[in-house]
Design a protein around this ligand. Structure first.
Ligand code: GRF
Length: 198
């Protein structure tokens, strides 16, 4: 069984999808720790409710990125974490973490990469950009995390139609329901299983 850490910054609906997938879609991994980049986010409440250890490690509490990364890595190692799932996590991970977990960090992004991704594309901005451009199909992507924002190898993708009546908020919700909450547990299982087989 792989030990999983889920990193969050917000409402944590993707975290909830992972919690709910444990024992069904997610067979080879267990969520041991939830780390938030911000205090008082609903994701922490979800972890608490499910009896999962949780904490806040915020970049602004550290003077340098290096100190922040060291604190994060120490915490992950203290829980013997095998893989990291970024579920709406808004801080950037540097090479300290990426090198410690090669091909063992995954991220969910709410578009079909390589569209509407990279620096500046997060949260509602992704859906605003898709509507502005006029694309008729969007979706979600789960990819491995490397040093390039949204630049790692793609693991899974799912397309979602854009409707003429969509607002960014409506589209965001549909992309979550039809793609993100399905893909993230599946991709987590893929990596957890792979780790177990090694
Ligand atoms: C999701 O749209 C995810 O793709 C993006 O941030 C949002 C997080 O939502 N990276 P939640 O915190 O999981 O509800």
């Amino acid at each position: 069984m792989s030990n999983i850490a889920v990193l969050v910054s917000g409402g944590g609906t993707n975290l909830q999808a992972l919690i709910d997938a444990q024992g069904n879609v997610l067979q080879h991994g267990k969520i041991k720790l939830v780390i938030s980049s911000k205090p008082d986010v609903y994701a922490l409440h979800r972890a608490e409710k499910s009896g999962i250890d949780h904490c806040v490690i915020a970049k602004r509490d550290y003077i340098t990125q290096e100190e922040f990364s060291t604190a994060l890595l120490k915490k992950l190692q203290s829980y013997q974490i095998d893989m990291i799932v970024l579920a709406g996590y808004l801080s950037i991970l540097d090479e300290t973490i990426i090198r410690a977990y090669p091909d063992r960090i995954i991220n969910i992004h709410p578009s079909l990469i390589p569209s509407f991704c990279g620096k500046g594309y997060y949260g509602l901005k992704v859906h605003e950009a898709a509507l502005e451009y006029g694309v008729k199909v969007t979706g979600a992507t789960v990819h491995l995390v490397n040093e390039i924002p949204d630049g790692g190898k793609i693991l899974l993708q799912k397309a979602v139609d854009i409707l003429p009546s969509d607002t960014p908020e409506v589209l965001q919700q549909r992309v979550m329901e039809e793609a993100e909450w399905i893909l993230l547990p599946q991709a987590t299982e893929m990596i957890a299983k792979e780790i177990e087989g090694k």
